[in-house]
Ligand binder design. Structure first.
Ligand SMILES: *Cc1c(COP(=O)(O)O)cnc(C)c1O
Length: 368
């Protein structure tokens, strides 16, 4: 079976260095908010081209903390609206509703699957405070139209950069394009820890200082609390692993692009719609997922399983159709719903062999 994602094989490449990092942390006697985190925050600001990075417990918390900090700073208040893509992973929306902000869903572009910036303006009301741009599947969702609209209406542009580490658009790196960004280092993400981990990046020092307190009970100084915060810290062990893996992310992005390019060039089954990536925007996509579309998706998935190719669906049910969001179940987003019915994610990773990539293509091209 060709695995969808072979995490064991990915991390085995770095196992010596990861073990050394773990030993260093174990022997240090210091497990939270120490040197490893400080080093990672420094390394990650450089990687994203921002002035600040703050390690937090996971990607959902990174996004939750951004909104919480904007509320603490008086930039937003309960009941304000945040524009979110209708087509996204539910965590993007949970971060908004967890802060008693109102998500306003906007349909995606059917070619990129990212939020359609030409539909943003119609969704803006006098309560709109931010746009949450989710760089879905690894492709930058921001464009010049979105930037202009955020500027015109004074909206914060927040990036959900959970899937897009290292993607570059307009000379800026994912996480350094908007006002603030939430990153996930969930093990299966392009930059994955060996457990849960996340980060916020920003150039806004007020926001960074606020999040630094909020991730640690709202405390800016030991036993003094400015805010009602969370416990959402990135522990030393995960920070040490991330310091190792950050050294290899660029190499891994190249490997992912090679797999994607091979698929794009050689999959020629007319029933299948391939993902689109404009020639002038190759750097803006880091191929966290390679998502195809087909009418009878479940039938293709069964066929691929039978022929030794593991696939996944990102995602089978959109947020507004989830039981958790009953109040939105009657909303209609036909493009989003079509995408959720038709998408299938093929195996893609930096450790796939040439034989595996060729086999995936052969099996798909023989499907009828
Ligand atoms: C993974 C993911 C998150 C959440 O990250 P966690 O670290 O799992 O909490 C948020 N948004 C998107 C788009 C994701 O893919």
């Amino acid at each position: 079976m060709i695995k969808f994602l072979d995490l064991q094989k990915i991390n085995a490449q770095y196992s010596q260095e990861l073990k050394k990092a773990a030993t260093r942390v174990i022997d240090s006697g210091w497990y939270l908010l120490g040197q490893e985190l400080a080093a990672f925050e420094q390394n990650y600001t450089q990687f994203c081209g921002t002035t600040r990075a703050l390690g937090v417990a996971n990607g959902l918390d990174a996004l939750r903390l951004i909104f919480k900090a904007y509320i603490a700073l008086g930039v937003m208040q309960k009941g304000d609206e945040v524009i979110v893509p209708a087509n996204t992973y539910i965590a993007s929306v949970l971060a908004v509703t967890d802060n008693d902000l109102i998500p306003v869903f906007v349909e995606p572009n059917i070619d990129t699957y990212n939020i359609d910036s030409t539909k943003l303006e119609a969704a803006i009301t006098n309560k709109t405070k931010a746009v949450l741009a989710v760089h879905l599947y690894g492709q930058i969702a921001v464009d010049t139209t979105m930037l202009a609209i955020c500027k015109k209406y004074g909206l914060k542009l927040i990036e959900d950069a959970a899937q897009s580490h290292g993607a570059v658009w307009n000379k800026k790196t994912s996480g350094g394009i908007g006002d603030a960004a939430g990153h996930s280092f969930y093990p299966g993400k392009n930059l994955g820890a060996l457990g849960d981990a996340g980060a916020v990046t920003t150039n806004d020092s007020h926001l960074a200082t606020t999040i630094k307190a909020l991730r640690n009970y709202g405390s800016h100084k030991k036993y003094e609390n400015l805010y009602q915060g969370l416990n959402s810290r990135l522990d030393e062990l995960q920070a040490a692993f991330l310091n190792v893996k950050l050294n290899y992310i660029q190499k891994e992005i190249v490997a992912r692009r090679n797999v994607a390019n091979y698929y794009l060039k050689h999959i020629n089954n007319p029933a299948i719609i391939l993902p689109s990536c404009h020639a002038e925007l190759v750097e803006a996509h880091v191929w966290h997922l390679f998502v195809i579309r087909i009418k009878n998706r479940d039938r293709l998935q069964q066929y691929l399983t039978k022929n030794g190719v593991q696939t996944l669906i990102h995602y089978p049910i959109p947020p507004h159709k989830q039981q958790a969001y009953k109040q939105y179940n009657n909303l209609r987003f036909p493009i989003t719903e079509k995408i959720h019915h038709e998408v299938l994610s093929l195996p893609i990773s930096p450790v796939m062999t040439k034989e595996e990539i060729e086999k995936v293509v052969d099996v798909i091209n023989n499907y009828s």
